[in-house]
Design a protein around this ligand. Sequence first.
Ligand SMILES: Cc1cc2nc3c(=O)[nH]c(=O)nc-3n(C[C@H](O)[C@H](O)[C@H](O)COP(=O)(O)OP(=O)(O)OC[C@H]3O[C@@H](n4cnc5c(N)ncnc54)[C@H](O)[C@@H]3O)c2cc1C
Length: 303
Amino acid sequence: MKPPRFAYHDPRSLDEALALLAEHGDDGKALAGGQSLVPLLNFRLAQPEHLIDLNRIGALAGITRRAGRLHIGTMTRQSTLEHSALVRDGWPLLTEALTYVAHAQIRNRGTVGGSVAHADPAAELPVAFNALDARFRVASRRGERTVAAADFFVTHLTTALEADEALVEIEVPPTPAGTGHAFTEYARRHGDFALGGAAALVTVDESGTCTRAALALLAAGPTPARAPEAERALVGAGVDAQAATEAAARATAEIHPTGDIHGSGEYRRDLVEVMVRRAIELANERAVSTREAGRSANGASGG
Ligand SMILES: Cc1cc2nc3c(=O)[nH]c(=O)nc-3n(C[C@H](O)[C@H](O)[C@H](O)COP(=O)(O)OP(=O)(O)OC[C@H]3O[C@@H](n4cnc5c(N)ncnc54)[C@H](O)[C@@H]3O)c2cc1C
């Protein structure tokens, strides 16, 4: 299929892009990597009259750490994020999540901001950003605002972005010392959209007691939801197999994934529960080994 006719705009600065979005946002769309938008155009599922291409705005791409926080420009390619040593060292949940996103060719072209703005509930990055308490910086000619991940994803393929707004940056806070991460998912073939999955961050103190947990669910509903009750239930004791199993059951008690040709709603619910349990167990294992490694290093330097 060929896309419908549209006017193509090629702004060279964010100001120019925002002016175009202010003028055409109601019947136009930003174009980032095109890996979701172009198929939608070709299938005529989206028919914008104007496309505002963000690819020539160099200032929108880049990864930096400022005051301990990670800043990712919206046009940063997914593969750049995947291979960033800064991200791997400080925010390894993002690196792990990216290994499940599509295929290398798509990650080379697809952008971090495009994945967030597209808001597919089976997309990995929104889930990881939600678990990490990320904030999204959004701009329009009316000004700038910052939206917490918890408020950004409204429903399937719908975000808090207004028609004249562009997502410009994603800001991720640091995780506390003693934190382990895990991203788990199941897809029929590697690179396919997930049938279910989860992101987990577990923080433990020196004695192995869980002091903080963050859980976010993949492909479990219309948005990448957190599981606050299950998170609270993990805090205050060591995370053993029973605690992980109970927290996973609690996290998925209220979810109602939609069934399709790949699996019934019931199958998907059970799958997400297993993925959450495995994510909690792996994140906890990694948190405990981080603490043990810290103790051995201190012991070695003390001796
Ligand atoms: C075969 C295939 C398999 C895939 N598998 C996966 C997968 O397993 N997991 C996964 O997460 N993704 C997958 N994807 C999608 C891929 O990750 C896309 O790159 C991503 O969803 C969209 O990013 P993009 O930069 O290509 O955005 P585009 O396709 O250019 O845009 C997507 C949407 O976001 C809007 N948008 C983009 N940038 C901005 C911005 N800065 N401000 C406001 N609005 C903006 C656009 O207007 C559009 O509505 C797959 C894609 C393909 C083709």
